[in-house]
Design a protein around this ligand. Structure first.
Ligand code: DGT
Ligand code: CA
Ligand code: CA
Ligand code: ZN
Length: 590
C-alpha cells in the first residue's frame, strides 16, 4: 500500500473509532476529509514530506493536525493518536463495523449495552437472545444483523464472479445513461473473469465527473460511502461488496481501462516494455520519455497513445491481449492473436436437468429453451439413482424418462435431442448404472457428487476408473468443489488429464458460478495436455443457460480455442466423436 492509502486507512479508522466513542462530529468529519484528500492526491505524501513540506501544508482542506499526523507517519510508520483512540475500544470492535448495515451508533449500543466486543461475541449474543432487550432492536433488525453477519462470514473477503457481475452490469448501464458520460465499463479482476472478485472496479469517460460521483455515492444499493472524491469514489454496498469508481477524460480512456483492468503483474511488464522503448506508461497514457521527472500529463505533454487499449499495445509492439489472459502467465511469450472460444461459438448444451430429477423445466420446456438459444442439440442428463437428494432416476424410471424424451423430441423439429444421464461416479469409481443400461443412452456425463473429502489417491483412482468406462463422454464438474464452500476432490490432475486425452473423454467446465469446475488453471493444463473440454451450464432452470458466460470466461482464461471445445465443434465432427464412444447409436430423429 502507498503511504497515501495507508494514512487514509488510519484516518478512517480514527474516524470510525471516534464515532463509536460518541465524540465530536467535527473531529470525525475532519479525519474522513483528510482521508479523502489523501486518496485523491496524485503526489506521494511521503515524497512531499521530504521534498516539499510547504506544499503539503498548503493542500486545501488539510488542517495543521492532519499534516502533523502525516509527518509523524512518514517519520515513524505510526500515528500515536490512532493507537490512543483505538486503545479505548475492545480490539475487535472496529471489525463489527464491517457487518453491512451496522453503523457506529448501533455498534456503540451493542458494545455499551449488549456485551458485544467483536464479531465472535456479536454472533454469540445474537444466538443467546441477549440483544432482544436493547432499544431499537426489534426481531426484524436482529434477523437482518444475523443474516448480514452470516454473509460476511461465508463470503470471506472475495465475492463470486456470478454475484459481482450482475451488480457491475447494473451500474455500468446506469452510468452510461448519465449526461456527459461517453463510455462506462467494469475493469479489474471482474473484466479479467476471475472466479472471485475482491472489489468491483468501474470506469467512466466524462469531462464532467461531479454528477457521476454524486449519482454513484447516493445510489440506493450503497450502504456506506468509504471515499468520495472529485474523480474517484469507493462505496460499500448493502450486500457487503466494495465498488470503486473512477472518472477520466475520454482522451485518457484506453490508458485508464488498461491500467485498472490489471492485473498488476501484467501492468508491470507493460511498463517495462515502455521503458525499453524509451517511453513511460501510466494510467493517463503512453508518453515519450523526455527525462523530466514530473509526470508528463501534469506538464501538458501529448501522449503517444491513450485513447484505446489497442493503440497502446500496438505502440508497445504487441497485439491486443484479451483481458482474461492478462495475468502474466505467458501472454507475452507468443503474442499472436488466437481465437479464444466465445459464447457465440457454443452450438449445444450437453448437461442439464428436468423435473424428472431436480430441475424446474419439463422436457419440452428444456428443448424449446435450447432451441430459442439457437443450439443445434441438447443433451438431457438427469441424475442417476444414487443421487437420492436430487430425486435420481432408478433404471426403470430412466427407461420411462428416455421414452418420454424421444417422444418429445419427435414432436419438436429443428434440434437434435440426446437422451443422456448425469451418472454418479461412486466413491470407488464404479458408475451408478451398469454398462448395459448406459449402452441404451446417447450421451453420458459422469460426475462425482459424494465422498468429496476422500484422499487424493482415492480421488485419482475414482476419476481414472470413470474415464476408463467406454460409455462415458464427459467427466462433469470433475472436482466437485464449491467456491467459498468446499474444496472438493484433489486428484492428480496430470494423470487424469493424460488419461482423458488418451481415451477421448472430455473434461467439463461446469458454468454454474458456484462451481466453475474445472477451474481456470486446470482447464489450461487440460487443454495443453490434449484433453477435450466441454462447457456446460448444468441448467436446472431456463435462466441457468445464462451461466454460459462464466464458463466462457474461465475457458478464455485458460487460452481455450473453439477447436478444443466439443460444444463448439461442427455437428458432424461432434457426432463422429460421440459415436466413437461405447455403443452409442446414431440418432433416430436426426
Ligand atoms: P481484486 O479486486 O482483488 O479481485 O483484484 P483487482 O485486479 O481488481 O485489483 P484492484 O481492485 O486492487 O485494482 C484494480 C486494478 O488496478 C489492478 O488489477 C491493477 C490496477 N492497480 C491498482 N493498484 C495498483 C498499483 O498499486 N500498481 C499497479 N501497477 N496497478 C494497480
Ligand atoms: Ca477489483
Ligand atoms: Ca479496486
Ligand atoms: Zn452434477
Amino acid at each position: 500500500m502507498s503511504a497515501n492509502a495507508s494514512i487514509a486507512t488510519l484516518f478512517n479508522q480514527i474516524a470510525d473509532a471516534l464515532e463509536v466513542l460518541g465524540e465530536n462530529q467535527f473531529k470525525v468529519m475532519a479525519h474522513r476529509k483528510a482521508a479523502r484528500i489523501l486518496e485523491d492526491l496524485s503526489d506521494d505524501v511521503a515524497e512531499l514530506c521530504k521534498s516539499d513540506p510547504d506544499k503539503l501544508k498548503s493542500i486545501d482542506g488539510l488542517g495543521a493536525s492532519s499534516v502533523q499526523k502525516i509527518q509523524e507517519f512518514v517519520a515513524t510508520g505510526k500515528i500515536k493518536a490512532h493507537d490512543e483512540v483505538l486503545a479505548k475500544l475492545p480490539p475487535g470492535l472496529i471489525d463489527v463495523l464491517r457487518v453491512p448495515g451496522l453503523g457506529p451508533k448501533t455498534v456503540k449500543l451493542l458494545w455499551d449495552q449488549g456485551g458485544v466486543t467483536d464479531l465472535t461475541t456479536l454472533k454469540s449474543q445474537l444466538a443467546s437472545g441477549a440483544l432482544e432487550k436493547l432499544p431499537r432492536m426489534g426481531a426484524k433488525t436482529l434477523q437482518n444483523i444475523a443474516e448480514n453477519l452470516a454473509f460476511l462470514e461465508t463470503a470471506g473477503d472475495r465475492a463470486r464472479l456470478g454475484d459481482a457481475m450482475p451488480i457491475a452490469e447494473t451500474f455500468v448501464t446506469q452510468l452510461r445513461a448519465i449526461k456527459g458520460v461517453t463510455q462506462a465499463e467494469f475493469a479489474g479482476s471482474l473484466r479479467r473473469g476471475r472466479e472471485t472478485i475482491g472489489d468491483i472496479d468501474l470506469l467512466v469517460a466524462t469531462e464532467h465527473p461531479a454528477p457521476v460521483m454524486q449519482y454513484f455515492c447516493s445510489h440506493p444499493l450503497v450502504a456506506k460511502v468509504l471515499v468520495s472524491g472529485d474523480t474517484k469514489s469507493s462505496v460499500r454496498l448493502n450486500n457487503g461488496m466494495q465498488v470503486d469508481l473512477r472518472a477520466v477524460p475520454a482522451m485518457n480512456w484506453g490508458a485508464a481501462l488498461l491500467y485498472f483492468t490489471g492485473s498488476k503483474d501484467h501492468n508491470v511488464i507493460l511498463r517495462e516494455r515502455a521503458i525499453e522503448r524509451s517511453m513511460r506508461l501510466n494510467e493517463y497514457g503512453l508518453f515519450a520519455d523526455d527525462g523530466d521527472e514530473t509526470p508528463p500529463q501534469q506538464r501538458g505533454v501529448k501522449p503517444v497513445a491513450s485513447k484505446t487499449e489497442q493503440e497502446i499495445y500496438i505502440k508497445l509492439g504487441l497485439e491486443w491481449i484479451a483481458p482474461e489472459l492478462r495475468e502474466s502467465h505467458g501472454e507475452f511469450d507468443n503474442n499472436l492473436t488466437k481465437h479464444l472460444v466465445c459464447a457465440g461459438d457454443i452450438r449445444r448444451e450437453l448437461h442439464c436437468h428436468t423435473t424428472a430429477s431436480d430441475g424446474f423445466l419439463s422436457i419440452e420446456q428444456l428443448i424449446e429453451t435450447a432451441k430459442s438459444r439457437g443450439f443445434d442439440a441438447i443433451a438431457i442428463t438427469d441424475h442417476s439413482r444414487s443421487s437420492a437428494q436430487a430425486n435420481g432416476l432408478s433404471v426403470e424410471r430412466l427407461r420411462e424418462h428416455a421414452a418420454n424424451i424421444r417422444a418429445a423430441s419427435a414432436k419438436i423439429k429443428g434440434i437434435h435431442v440426446l437422451v443422456g444421464s448425469e451418472v454418479d461416479i461412486l466413491a470407488d469409481g464404479h458408475l451408478d448404472y451398469p454398462d448395459d443400461v448406459l449402452a441404451e443412452l446417447d450421451w453420458v456425463v459422469a460426475s462425482p457428487h459424494t465422498a468429496l473429502k476422500q484422499t487424493p489417491e482415492a480421488a485419482t483412482a475414482r476419476l481414472l476408473a470413470a474415464i476408463a468406462n467406454p460409455f462415458v463422454h464427459v467427466i462433469g464438474h470433475p472436482t466437485g468443489r464449491i467456491l467459498n464452500g468446499r474444496p472438493g476432490l484433489e486428484p492428480n490432475m496430470k494423470l487424469v488429464i493424460a488419461a482423458a486425452a488418451k481415451a477421448g473423454v472430455a473434461l467439463e467446465i461446469n458454468c454454474n458460478p458456484a462451481r466453475l469446475d474445472l477451474r481456470d488453471a486446470l482447464v489450461r493444463a487440460a487443454h495443453e495436455g490434449g484433453a477435450m473440454i466441454s462447457i456446460n451450464t448444468d441448467a436446472h432452470d431456463g435462466e441457468h443457460f445464462d451461466f454460459l458466460r462464466y464458463g466462457i470466461l474461465t475457458a478464455r482464461r485458460a487460452g481455450l480455442t473453439a477447436a478444443g471445445c466439443v460444444n463448439a465443434w461442427p455437428w458432424k465432427q461432434f457426432e463422429t466423436w460421440r459415436l466413437s464412444r461405447g455403443r452409442a447409436k446414431s440418432l433416430k430423429n436426426s
